[in-house]
Design a protein around this ligand. Structure first.
Ligand SMILES: [Zn+2]
Length: 95
């Protein structure tokens, strides 16, 4: 009787461990597949295959990354509007 109870406890423990491990693994995998792309060509930019919905794609004149006008950082210079991927690029841009 005691042994059966012990087995039950061990079984429950193992199940909870397996569950938490599976949760971590699935979380890690879904995070990996959504945030990083296997191609490491461009440095620290969004994957070009999945642009954010809405807006038009414009090229960042500083680093060359394509960004959506809906999410880009804008700067007006000489009657033209420029779009940047980050505030760093915007600050680097002359004008
Ligand atoms: Zn940029």
């Amino acid at each position: 009787m005691f042994r059966a109870f012990l087995y039950l406890i061990v079984f429950l423990l193992v199940m909870s461990v397996v569950r938490s491990v599976l949760g971590i693994v699935t979380k890690a995998f879904s995070g990996l597949s959504s945030s990083t792309s296997p191609q490491a060509g461009a440095s620290s930019s969004r994957p070009p295959s999945s642009p954010p919905t809405g807006g038009e794609l414009k090229k960042d004149p500083v680093c060359g990354t394509f960004i959506s006008t809906a999410t880009a950082f804008q700067k007006s210079s000489g009657g033209q509007t420029y779009y940047f991927c980050s505030t760093e690029c915007r600050d680097k841009f002359p004008g």
